[in-house]
Design a protein around this ligand. Structure first.
Ligand SMILES: [Zn+2]
Length: 218
């Protein structure tokens, strides 16, 4: 992979991390973002460094087993989860893990985010599941999240937060923002006690757009 590609991904990781923080999707220490640089190479944000202070030099380069190839800072505490997703999903080139308010509420409720808007299925590929509980930073959490994610683009981590995946980091970030908006709408309808999902036949029809969007890189 070219040095230019690596530089671009490092910049994207810092920029989208900063946006996640600015948009209130996580506080200055929460969450982590990664991007696949090659079949066995992953760039990952550092832990214990506030988003506003991060530079491209703070991004670590790992192999899929978590061995550090370059970088001096400790990489994210949920690194195991990112690597498990890349191993299970060769189609995924970017992973965004944050703690958005409404997705976290559903993650606390153990309530899957159902397809209640016509625009949801193309982004997500079906109901967003909540993983089984496991402690932060554990391999068990990583395995549970891979299971909850399945072939879809998003999952919630029980009593914790959300994860979104895509072919590119810009699109993974777009999915994160969309998913939080969907969770907000779903929660309000749920709280009122009237939730009508998109008819199943329509959801099935929309899956073709999900397959098309899977190739999206921006
Ligand atoms: Zn987290």
């Amino acid at each position: 992979m070219s040095a230019d590609k690596e530089t671009q991904l490092r910049e994207e990781l810092i920029n989208f991390g900063r946006q996640a923080y600015d948009l209130g999707l996580c506080n200055e220490y929460e969450g982590n973002i990664s991007a696949r640089l090659g079949p066995d190479r992953v760039l990952m944000t550092p832990s214990q460094l506030p988003y506003p202070q991060r530079t491209v030099a703070d991004v670590g380069l790992l192999d899929l087993n978590g061995n550090v190839i370059s970088g001096t800072r400790r990489t994210s505490s949920e690194g195991k989860m990112h690597l498990a997703i890349y191993k299970a999903r060769p189609d995924v080139n970017a992973v965004v893990h944050v703690h958005p308010l409404y997705l976290s509420v559903l993650a606390v409720m153990g309530e899957p985010l159902k397809m209640v808007l016509d625009e949801m299925t193309p982004f997500l590929g079906g109901d967003v599941e909540v993983s089984e509980f496991a402690g932060s930073g554990t391999q068990e959490l990583a395995d549970n999240v891979v299971k909850a994610l399945g072939p879809r683009n998003g999952a919630m981590i029980a009593n914790h937060g959300s994860v979104s995946v895509a072919r590119s980091l810009p699109f993974a970030f777009t999915i994160t923002r969309a998913m939080e908006k969907f969770a907000h709408i779903y929660y309000l309808a749920y709280a009122v006690g009237r939730v009508r999902t998109v008819p199943e036949a329509r959801q099935k029809q929309l899956m073709q757009y999900f397959e098309m969007l899977k190739t999206r890189t921006t």
